[in-house]
Design a protein around this ligand. Sequence first.
Ligand code: ATP
Ligand code: MG
Length: 388
Amino acid sequence: MHEIILMKLGELVLKGLNRRSFEDKLMANARRRLKPFGEFRVYTKQSTLYVEPKGEGCDLEGAWQAMTRLFGVVGLSRARACAKDKDALLETAKTYLDDKLRAARTFKEESKRADKSIPMTSIQLSQYVGGELHEAYPHLQVDVHHPELTVYLEVRDYAAYVHADPEPGAGGLPVGIGGRAVSLLSGGIDSPVASWMIAKRGIALEMVHFFSYPYTSQAAKDKVLELARLLTPWCGSLTVHVVPFTALQEELRRSCPEELFTILMRRFMMRIAQRVAQRIGAGALVTGESLGQVASQTMDAMRCTGQVCSLPILRPVVGMDKEEIVRIARTIGTFETSILPYEDCCTVFTPRHPRLRPLPGEVEAAEAKLDVEGLVNAAVDGIERIRV
Ligand code: ATP
Ligand code: MG
C-alpha cells in the first residue's frame, strides 16, 4: 500500500497567532511546494499535517525533500499505510521498518486509534505488535523510557499507518504568517543566511539587489539570482528587484568626500529599499550586517544608515561570527554559490580610508550637495523585477 508523510506542527502556542491561521498558512505553503511532485491530499488533524499521494505517479521522495524545508514543521516521518488489522500492522512494521529494527538495540511500541472500530485498545495493540516484534528480532530489548527506536502504529479513518521516529523538520513559522519584508541580497555569504533566518520566522520576502553594471558583471547578477533561487525551497518563489546603481555611485564619487563614500552609498541603499518596501506593503528591511565585520558595520555606521529609514531594519546575523554564518550557509546550500568570485557593488570605488565614525553633520552636509530625491527616483524607476 501507499506511503504518506506525517508532519508535526511547530510553535502553535505563540501569543496572538491563532491555530487556524497557522494551519491554513502551513497547508497552503505545503500545497504550493508539492505541486512539482504530483497530486497530494493535504490536511491537518490533531496537530499533525498529512500529505497523501492521490493515485500513482507521485514523486514521494521529491515531496519528502520539499517538506523537510517547510518552515512551521518541527518533525516529519514517512509512514506506510496498511489494512486496519493487528496482523497487517505487524507485517507492515516488519517489512517497512526492517532496517531500523535490525539496527536498533532498544525499542518501544506506541499506538494511536482515531478510528476505534478495531477490536483492541491502543495498549493491547502495542502489546501484541511489540511482543511479536520482540520475538522476530530477538536482539531487541524493550525500553519504554529511552528507546533507540519507537515503532508508531496509527489507526485512522481511511487506513492504518506504521512509522518510525520523526526526523527534525525545518522549524520556525509558516512563511507569510508574519507579513512581508524586503531583504537586501548581495552576492555574499551573509545576506542569504540573514534572509533565510527571517523567512524562518514566518516572513515572506522580496529581494532587492543593487547592480552596478558594467563595474559588476552580468555573471555577478546571475549569481545573485541563483542565490535567490537556492532560497526558494525555504522561502517560496521570490521576486528580485534589481536596482540600477551605477549612475548613483558615479555621482557619489564625483561629488562627495571619498572617505564618506561607503556610508553615503549605504544610506541610498536603505532609502531605495524602503521605497520598494512601501510599494509592496512590506513592514521591515533585512540585511546581512554583522557587528564589526567591516568598516560599515559598526554601531555608528548602523545608526547613520538607519536614520534615513523609518522601517525597522532586521539584522539577524548581527551577533554571529563568520564561522557560525558559514555553518548555516552550508546547511541551507547557499555557501558554494556565495563564494564564487564575483564583484559586488560595495567593492566598486571602495574608499582607501573609509570613515569609521562620521562626524555629526558631515554626512548631511555631503548629501545637501546632492539631489537625493532625484537619485532615488531614478534608481527606483529603473528597477527590473525578476521572478525566481
Ligand atoms: P554579504 O556577505 O551579505 O555580502 P558583507 O559582509 O559582504 O555581506 P557588506 O558588503 O558590507 O557586507 O554588506 C552588508 C549588507 O548590505 C549585506 O549583507 C546586504 O544585506 C547589503 N548589501 C550589500 N551589497 C548589496 C547589494 N549589491 N545589493 C543588495 N544588498 C547589498
Ligand atoms: Mg557583500
